[in-house]
Write a protein of this length. Structure first.
Length: 299
């Protein structure tokens, strides 16, 4: 027996166009959420009291959306060219803009943001990302499309220095964790500064993390308004000397990860030494108790 199950769905797009919603249906296994943009209040949006006229030939625009359902979700916008008379009694033509989506890519902004987040923050390869979207959300996607999205978003971002100043203007930072890592597939070092609010303030790619490179980077950051009173890093001399040179009065402390790592390293060495000592004692003076203890420790 076939049954019908109704489920609620809410997104940024449905919130924006709740007045234009005209119904939903399933076509060829795809959930279609339909909006008629002619129902929107364009008189208020355009600042006119004139009657809005619409051409008789509307056309649909389909947009892919993320879906947690078994079926993929598509927004279908019914669009038509509109017109109205302005204050000079002249007819003005317009085509409604669709917010919350990219009509050139036929994707919702949530799809584009998730793709860029996976690529930039999580480091997922473009090929694997296309497979993920196809398998999980049933959304067709190409590597070239993702590259264009990343380039488009990156073109409108402020410089790292400007972003640092904006972050400090929102919430000042005085305690910072400074470290460097070498991404796979590259020979360069990426130096990272993270503050006590768990924010990555700035990153900098350099040929190496030697003292001079680190000092120049930290000096530039200080010039942008970062005043550090406590710094955390590993025990690398390149960082410790650079921190002392730029912020001589800052309190320096080894970070938690490297502190625990060093403690465990010493404990392992001490245990190994003790095991060897017990084993040697048992072999030199055959003693059942010592041999039993040595076997137990060795396990």
């Amino acid at each position: 027996m076939a049954v019908t199950v109704q489920m609620q769905f809410e997104s940024v797009v449905t919130e924006i166009y709740q007045d234009a919603f005209v119904g939903s249906s399933i076509e060829n296994g795809t959930t279609i959420i339909q909006f008629d943009l002619r129902k929107c209040d364009f008189q208020r949006a355009l600042g006119t009291t004139s009657t809005i006229g619409w051409r008789k030939e509307p056309y649909p625009v389909d947009i892919h959306e993320l879906s947690t359902f078994h079926n993929p979700i598509t927004y279908r916008f019914i669009v038509a060219q509109g017109s109205y008379l302005n204050d000079q009694n002249q007819r003005v033509y317009f085509t409604p803009e669709i917010q919350g989506v990219s009509t050139s890519q036929h994707m919702s902004h949530s799809v584009i943001r998730l793709a860029c987040y996976l690529a930039v923050v999580c480091g997922v390869s473009l090929r694997h990302m296309a497979l993920l979207f196809s398998a999980l959300f049933l959304i067709p996607m190409t590597k070239s499309s993702i590259t264009r999205w990343i380039d488009d978003i990156g073109a409108h971002l402020p410089t790292p220095e400007a972003m640092l100043q904006q972050l400090l203007a929102l919430t000042p930072a005085t305690e910072c964790h400074i470290d460097g890592y070498y991404p796979l597939g590259t020979d360069n070092c990426v130096m990272v500064i993270k503050d006590e609010h768990d924010r990555i303030l700035i990153t900098h790619e350099a040929a190496s993390e030697n003292g001079e490179e680190a000092r120049k980077f930290l000096q530039q950051v200080k010039g942008r308004g970062l005043h550090v009173t406590a710094a955390f890093s590993d025990d690398s001399q390149s960082f410790t000397e650079a921190i002392k040179a730029v912020w001589p009065h800052a309190r320096f402390q080894a970070d938690h990860f490297h502190t625990v790592k060093n403690i465990w390293g010493h404990l392992k060495k001490s245990l190994l030494s003790y095991r060897r000592k017990i084993k040697a004692s048992g072999e030199a003076k055959p003693n059942e108790a010592c041999l039993a203890l040595a076997k137990k420790l060795w396990k």
